[in-house]
Design a protein around this ligand. Structure first.
Ligand code: PLP
Length: 394
């Protein structure tokens, strides 16, 4: 079949919830992707911050192949070795105590919300607890995750959503304080907002929110589905702030391509007990084997140092780009999670970059989002800048 035929077939049969770009991706190698017409793309999107160690990573592929030949699925009615190993690694790396594996980020958020509600219910027996979420946040598309997502356009048609959610201004401590009541059971935020436009939290904000939570026994949920897993230069973004959450959500690069997420809790916040929550696939041996190998790669390589170095270089180059190119206003972000602020629509630039062999994505209408594989080198940064300049001057 030709590329055009693949696309027609997909458009005839898939539910039209995405306006897809007109390329069909077929294979990948390192930080490059190839389409069905043989075109090569430098990938600064990584499947939306997923492929931390690049495409066709031999060590990762081997781990999956070995596990496929043993057992792929058991259900959570029984124990399995990869899940036990992966949970042990995650608690060690995060300093949290308990792990629940899910199939996606949005499910990790569901689990975090249920945990917070149950924790508060256990304390006072009431069912009227409130959650404070942030404007411009993104936590997923299921009804619970959507309820805490700070984008009215995403929520509108699906109301009524879960009740008791209030939205505070991100990085505005007074705005959070003004919403806290005796019924507040959780505050949820992304330490670096992704989808909403790449906004890092200020240290004062994160520290201040932690303090409010400590004073009022409110659970602090950090959604690190996008900003976690080494992307900002530390294993988890919150480490750089010196602030620990009560609940942490992960997905995207946790499985590096195998669909898996997780929510982690402290022992104190581990309010869910048998009968409260479950999943058929979550943390199955195949998914857990992926998590295991990904965490091993973090522990046995110098990837975090590498992210520090290459992101320093990337930021320099983005500074220069902003100085040189008129339609680039500035950039913001942390590590290898950067937003380029344009004074023209970012969507056009994405298409023009794609035509020049560069994949980037947007975060809001005028922000280009760069979330490349963590293994990119300075040469890849140079190549990206060159292609992006060409796209921007078009
Ligand atoms: C992608 C994302 C989600 C949703 O994860 P899915 O795996 O798409 O369900 C939630 N929170 C953040 C911060 C995300 O970036």
């Amino acid at each position: 079949m030709t590329t055009r035929e693949y696309i027609r077939e997909a458009d005839e049969n898939l539910l039209h919830t995405y306006n897809r770009y007109s390329i069909v991706l077929e294979k990948g190698e390192g930080v490059y992707l190839y389409d069905t017409d043989g075109n090569r793309y430098l990938d600064f999107a990584a499947g939306i911050a997923v492929f931390a160690f690049g495409y066709n990573n031999k060590s990762y592929n081997e781990a999956l192949k070995e596990q496929i030949d043993k057992i792929i699925h058991t259900s959570n009615l029984y124990y399995n070795i990869p899940a036990a190993d992966a949970a042990k690694k995650l608690t060690r790396l995060s300093g949290l105590d308990r792990v629940f594996f899910t199939n996606s980020g949005t499910e990790a958020i569901e689990g975090a919300i249920k945990t917070a509600r149950k924790y508060a219910y256990d304390k006072d027996g009431h069912t009227d607890h409130e959650i404070i979420a942030m404007e411009h946040s993104f936590h997923g598309r299921s009804m619970g995750a959507l309820s805490v997502t700070g984008n009215a356009k995403y929520r509108e048609a699906f109301q009524p959503l879960i009740g008791g959610v209030k939205f505070a201004e991100f990085n505005d401590l007074e705005s959070v304080k003004s919403l806290v009541t005796d019924k507040t059971c959780a505050i949820i935020l992304e330490p670096v907002q992704g989808e909403g436009g790449i906004y890092p939290a200020s240290p004062e904000f994160i520290t201040g929110v932690r303090k409010i939570c400590d004073e009022k026994d409110i659970l602090l949920i950090f959604d690190e589905i996008q900003c976690g897993m080494g992307r900002t230069g530390t294993m988890f973004a919150h480490e750089a702030y010196g602030v620990k959450p009560d609940i942490l959500t992960l997905a995207k690069a946790l499985g590096c391509g195998i669909p898996v997420g997780a929510f982690l809790t402290t022992e104190k916040a581990a309010a869910l007990v048998p009968g409260d929550h479950g999943t058929t696939y979550g943390g199955n041996p195949l998914a857990a084997a992926a998590v295991n190998r990904v965490l091993e790669l973090f522990e046995t390589t110098d990837i975090l140092d590498h992210v520090h170095q290459v992101s320093g270089y990337l930021e320099q180059q983005l500074d220069m780009l902003a100085a040189e190119v008129d339609c680039v206003k500035s950039h913001r972000g942390k590590g290898l999670m950067q937003g380029i602020i344009l004074n023209r629509p970012a969507g056009d630039v994405v298409t023009k970059a794609m035509e020049r062999g560069l994949l980037v994505i947007t975060a809001g209408s005028n922000v280009l989002r760069l979330v490349p594989p963590l293994i990119i080198t300075k040469q890849h940064v140079d190549e990206m800048i060159e292609k992006l300049k060409a796209a921007l001057s078009d």
